[in-house]
Design a protein around this ligand. Structure first.
Ligand code: ZN
Length: 173
């Protein structure tokens, strides 16, 4: 479940704006630009509308394959830096047909698939599953070298425990 936090909103009024409203994220804040002539009621209505629009846009982005690739590059930079492009997959995508697996990797064509069932899990769990599959591009089997690389991610064990817990719960009839 995604945690919904109400962001800090900064409203900027502009005399040059006539009708257009725009919003963007600036760190933890959301800046909403409105025309100077807006009433307080219009301001609050538009702030709500722009926050909803921003959340929808970010929600789509968060679940996209493009975001997975960006996440992969970030993980490689942090945990597998010496492998560089050798750890970058040819493709990485969300799939709905992973029977009983959280992710899978085909080293021969360098493709990675991540189960949609982890989409709503915490970021640190998604990071673990993805890093696990990225590491298979370097070491295909689950040997000592593989686990040593995966252990570079500080929350590896915690994430494995989390996933085992979910699997065990799901198995209860
Ligand atoms: Zn594996």
């Amino acid at each position: 479940m995604a945690v919904t936090r109400k962001p800090v909103v900064e409203v900027r009024r502009s005399q040059r704006r006539r009708r257009t409203v725009s919003a963007y994220r600036d760190g933890e804040r959301v800046v909403v630009l409105i025309p100077d002539q807006f009433s307080r009621a219009e301001e609050s209505e538009w702030v709500d509308r722009m926050l909803a629009r921003l959340a929808a846009r970010e929600g789509r982005l968060a679940r996209s394959d493009a975001e997975l690739l960006a996440r992969a590059r970030r993980l490689i930079g942090s945990y597998l830096p010496e492998y560089g492009s050798a750890a970058v997959p040819a493709s990485v995508r969300w799939v709905t047909n992973q029977n009983g697996r959280w992710g899978s990797c085909t080293p021969a064509d360098r493709t990675i698939r991540i189960s949609h069932r982890i989409q709503d899990m915490p970021d640190w769990v998604i990071d673990y599953v993805l890093l696990h599959e990225l590491t298979h591009l370097i070491v295909p089997s689950h040997n000592a070298e593989f686990w040593a690389l995966v252990a570079r991610y500080p929350r590896s064990e915690r994430a494995r425990g989390y996933l085992e817990g979910v699997a065990a719960t799901a198995a209860i009839p």
